[in-house]
Design a protein around this ligand. Structure first.
Ligand SMILES: [Cu+2]
Length: 181
């Protein structure tokens, strides 16, 4: 029982993060290339922790370096071993904040403008529908047996209350019909 509760809580926390994770293909159909306005591309996009950046390019033509703000500004290339080179490089946005990426091939960054800066925000808050069930088991566990009986009584009264109106209505209709006949 306790284990099941823990699994539920873990799922309740993790599930919204999984659901909210989006894939961003950098540059969309243009991919990762020179002479493309990546500032304009990033404009208005909602990058969140758990989302993915996918850099697509012909392998060998470009590469991807994750750099700091200064290296981004100056197009400073880190050691080549730090480069992503597959041509389909996926980067999971693991932390919030500013993220900088450049291409380290030739003058692609400095002359071709092949550089991307984004701001990553915290994950989207759990939607109310997904978050709502989690408090229920909590409050139930804290209730004493006598308190637990209360909701059932209330719901039973409610059911009777809800049923009472149609029954009354039907009885009135029957009386009316008898009177008319
Ligand atoms: Cu390049």
């Amino acid at each position: 029982m306790a284990a099941a509760k823990h699994v539920f809580i873990i799922l309740a926390v993790i599930f919204p993060i999984i659901v909210s994770g989006k894939d961003f293909i950098v540059g969309d159909e243009m991919g990762w290339t020179i002479n493309f306005d990546y500032q304009a591309w990033a404009q208005g996009k909602d990058f969140r922790v758990g989302d993915k950046l996918i850099f697509q390019y012909p392998a060998g033509a470009h590469n991807v370096f994750k750099v700091n703000g200064t290296a981004f500004q100056n197009c400073t290339k880190p050691p080549l071993k730090e480069a992503l080179t597959s041509g389909n490089d996926t980067i999971v946005l693991a932390t919030p904040g500013r993220k900088w990426y450049i291409c380290g091939v030739g003058q692609h960054c400095a002359v071709g403008g092949q550089k991307l800066v984004i701001t990553v925000d915290n994950p989207v808050a759990a939607p109310p529908t997904a978050a709502a069930p989690s408090p229920a088991p909590h409050s139930f566990d804290r209730m004493s047996p006598s308190q637990q009986a209360l909701p059932y009584e209330n719901s039973a009264n409610q059911i009777i209350g809800n049923m009472a109106a149609p029954i009354m209505w039907m009885m009135m209709m029957m009386i009316m019909m008898i009177l008319v006949a």
